[in-house]
Write a protein that binds this ligand. Sequence first.
Ligand code: SF4
Length: 326
Amino acid sequence: MKEKIITKKILKWYDINKRSLPWRKKVTSQKKQYYTLVSEFMLQQTQVATVIPFFNRFIKNLPSLIELANVEEKKLIKFWEGLGYYSRAINLKRTAMLIIKDFNGKIPKNYDELKSLPGIGNYTASAIMAIAFNEPFIPLDGNIERVLKRYLYLKKDREIQKDNLILKKSIFGTSLRSNDYAQALMELGALICKPKNPLCNQCPISINCKSYKKKDFNLSKRVKKNKKKYFILKVYKKNQSYLLIKNTKFNFLKNLRIFPMKELHKPKNFNENLNFKMSNMNMNIKIQYLKNNQKFPLSYWIDKKKLDNYTLPSFTKKVFKYLEKI
Ligand code: SF4
């Protein structure tokens, strides 16, 4: 395979400038695959610098896929605590269990099989294929997208649609060092082609960069619309304690402790008490106080004075805060 000049330049830059990150350590290929799986789940919603201490703590407690698959959920959440978006941890454990059960304990080296696992979408499957298995994939994360948009000066709405970016990323070419190359492109976006004030004088590909030639580094964004959703949140109170349930109903905050809730579709005259933004949702919440005569299968009475004894999602904590104020 003949590498393009742009590929060579980016790899050369990476070899000199790459950050030393815990999941980039030289380890056995099995460990490398496990580290990639864990780090890619953590990096789905969180930046590299934030992830590092959490990754180290997680790997110290759960050093292998088998230990991850067998860990109690309570402990798992503790090891993940502070990183937020707990559904990632739950999906990561479910993925580990399925790998043990259906793939003989080996992370599948196949894009479609990876995508069949919980919490793994197009991006994470591409990242694992490239980084763990050295396959010629370029995962299009925010950093690579930015380099691509600037390098080709993609601004118009149709130019910055995901489908078009997927086509255009072929400009980067491929390398026999696919694992390094995927990370090199991400690193270039993170360290040099920064969202604000890109460091073009240190950039290995500035010579052919259209944004650099035009001296226009503004990025246009795809307009993302958050879906408005409406919920009734039920509050049952006994002395100092409130009733929480294990959420098996909604796709968000799956298996975590929340107040019992019911979704309403296009309600009229909805006066919300609380507003919460989560993933692509704008949640409007109306609080309803009820007497405890409804039975819930997985419920817990949580003393509001002992909240620190429990691992609760920030959503539930926010509701507690609200209830305390009124
Ligand atoms: S020259 Fe500047 S704008 Fe172009 S890719 Fe490099 S850092 Fe980004």
